[in-house]
Structures are given as structure tokens and as C-alpha cells.
Design a protein around this ligand. Structure first.
Ligand code: HPA
Length: 234
């Protein structure tokens, strides 16, 4: 047990999928895992361990934003020895060619700051994805015929962002989409020598203002989880 995760030693798998929403962790575990057991209920941040095609997997909610994700990822790595951590979540698209429901595989994450900034001090560290996971996820998306984009994303501290000038510069510099967690996940994976990737479904579009309906969200999330699981065990 840790401060935020009630699982006993051995109840967390080496491979962990991290949705922001704990109810999405429950849905994904019920939909994709065999013999899923709830291993965490602390603060309602549900976690489940089960198996997918014979491989042990944990699906643990991370909450919204980098400070929350940082707590769960730190404890999963330090106390439960998680080796592969894949964020599954939604993002807002920032390029015209990207459509709602497309998948974005985050190669790098730009951020104004992260919970790790204190140790980097003057350094602007570039958090990047694990290449083996990124490559395998790309392949899995190709095999499934899913529209996927690989490139840089923005991990924001604010959902209700009030910096249109910054958004404009990111769009100009090819940033694919915005979410709120991946940069810190990549920082922690780099620090502890673990593998990390963010597989993101485009739920809304910052330029066109389109957004997914709830039915479209569910089928989009299904593709995202399938890609993440295929990549983890490729
Ligand atoms: N901003 C930040 N995070 C998000 C967004 C967004 O527009 N959409 C989905 N996650």
C-alpha cells in the first residue's frame, strides 16, 4: 500500500494503462481484461488488474493534470515497480488536418512547467516517448486502419487556457494537440528508466470547434485502448 494506492504488493502489473478518469479505468478493465479485480479505491481513483491475451495489465486512473498524474506514476514506479506506463486519454486537436476521433501518438510534450521543473531548474528538458512503444503503437494503428498522427503535443496546466497567443505559436510550430498529463509521465519514465507513451483520442478540435458525441467517444476510446495494449505487448 502507498499513500494513494491501496493495492497490496504484487497486485499491480508491470504494464499499467493510465486513463485520467477512474470510471474509464473501470470501463476499460471490464471491456478488455479477463478476470479484472479492483485493486485500488483510495479517493475513488479506481485501479484494476487483469489479463489481456494472457498478459497481466493494470488500468489505474491518474486524475486530471500533471500534479495528480505525478502522484500515481511515482507510486506505481517506485513502490510497485511498474515498467511500462501508457497514458490513454483525450486531447484537443490543434492542426486542421486532424479530425475528431483520430489518434495522436505523442512523440514529445511541450509544457510551460511540470511537477519536475524544480529539479531541472534552468534546463528545458524535452520529455519524449519510448521509441519501442511509439513504433509499436504506430504499427498497431496502421494494422487497425485507424487514422493516427505522430508528433509533438502540449501538456497544459489549464483546461480553460487564456493564452491565445501561445496557442497560435504552438499551432505555427506544428503541435498536434493539447492535453494535461503526458509531459510529467515522460519525465518520470526517463528519470526511472521506464517505458512511457501517450495514446490520445481527439475528443475536440481547437480550430474547428467540433467535438465528439458520447457514442463516438466510446468507440474512439475503444480503438485507443486496443492500440495501447497492442503496443505494450508487441
Ligand atoms: N485542453 C486540454 N486538455 C484537453 C482538451 C483541451 O482542449 N481536450 C481534451 N483534453
Amino acid at each position: 500500500m502507498t499513500i494513494h494506492i491501496g493495492a497490496r504488493p504484487g497486485e499491480i502489473a508491470e504494464t499499467v494503462l493510465l486513463p485520467g478518469d477512474p470510471l474509464r479505468a473501470k470501463w476499460a478493465a471490464e471491456t478488455f481484461l479477463d478476470n479484472a479485480v479492483c485493486v485500488n479505491r483510495v479517493r475513488g481513483m479506481l485501479g484494476f488488474t487483469g489479463s489481456w491475451k494472457g498478459h497481466r495489465v493494470t488500468i489505474q486512473g491518474s486524475g486530471m493534470g500533471m500534479p495528480s498524474l505525478s502522484i500515481y506514476a511515482n507510486e506505481l514506479i517506485r513502490d510497485y515497480d511498474a515498467k511500462t506506463l501508457i497514458r490513454i486519454g483525450s486531447c484537443g486537436a490543434m492542426q486542421e488536418r486532424i479530425r475528431p476521433r483520430d489518434i495522436i501518438l505523442a512523440m514529445t510534450c511541450s509544457a510551460i512547467s511540470t511537477p519536475s521543473q524544480g529539479i531541472f531548474r534552468e534546463l528545458r528538458f524535452s520529455p519524449c516517448a519510448d521509441w519501442s512503444l511509439l513504433h509499436a503503437a504506430w504499427q498497431a494503428a496502421q494494422d487497425a486502419g485507424t487514422r493516427a498522427h505522430v508528433g509533438g503535443i502540449y501538456s497544459s496546466d489549464a483546461f480553460y487556457d487564456e493564452r491565445p497567443d501561445l496557442e497560435e505559436q504552438m499551432i505555427r510550430h506544428g503541435i498536434l494537440g493539447v492535453e494535461m498529463e503526458a509531459a510529467e509521465l515522460y519525465n518520470l519514465a526517463a528519470r526511472h528508466g521506464r517505458r512511457a507513451l501517450a495514446v490520445l483520442t481527439v475528443s475536440d478540435h481547437l480550430l474547428t470547434r467540433e467535438a465528439l458525441s458520447s457514442a463516438e467517444r466510446e468507440s474512439g476510446f475503444r480503438e485507443m485502448v486496443e492500440i495501447a495494449l497492442a503496443a505494450a505487448f508487441a
